[in-house]
Design a protein around this ligand. Structure first.
Ligand code: RB5
Length: 148
């Protein structure tokens, strides 16, 4: 799968760890930075990954900051992004099945590398359930983007 990945400084080490693991597993990974652990701003990386996913240049996105919260809030400002901040695999699975989440957001200060890798694996493996009620709700979410 083609995966875009990005982080601020607070997610830098976990982002690099996940990037290398995904590459080793055979995924094509687009790393949008940060490229150093110097202080940086999470909206910049949320925007890069979000645009790659919405344009179709990447099939899914992975974002990391200190908590997963800020970078998720920023990513969800981009129309077409459905980003979920997740700290365990059950929510990762349900965010795919029910919400068709296209970006997963993690906190390096919250989850360890093995748990994070498991969350990302579940996120990439799980399809959208395409149940009628889920499609209806996702359309309503998209309507919010257009009508607010
Ligand atoms: C940076 O210190 C930190 O605030 C940021 O990575 C993120 O956790 C914000 O939500």
């Amino acid at each position: 799968m083609r995966v875009a990945i990005g982080s601020d400084h607070a997610g830098f080490h976990l982002k690099n760890y996940l990037r290398d693991r995904l590459k080793n597993e055979g995924h094509e990974v687009i790393d949008v930075g940060a490229n150093t652990p110097e202080s940086s701003d999470y909206p910049d990386y949320a925007a890069r990954v979000g645009r790659l996913v919405v344009s179709g240049e990447a099939e899914r996105g992975v974002l990391v900051c200190g908590t997963g919260a800020g970078i998720c809030i920023a990513a969800n400002k981009i129309p077409g992004v459905r980003a979920a901040a997740v700290s365990e695999p059950v929510t990762a699975r349900l965010a795919r099945l029910h919400n068709d989440a296209n970006i997963i957001c993690l906190g390096e200060r919250i989850v360890g590398p093995e748990l994070a890798a498991d969350i990302v694996r579940v996120f990439l493996e799980t399809p959208f359930s395409e149940g009628e009620r889920h499609i209806r709700r996702i359309r309503k979410v998209a309507d919010l983007e257009n009508n607010c």
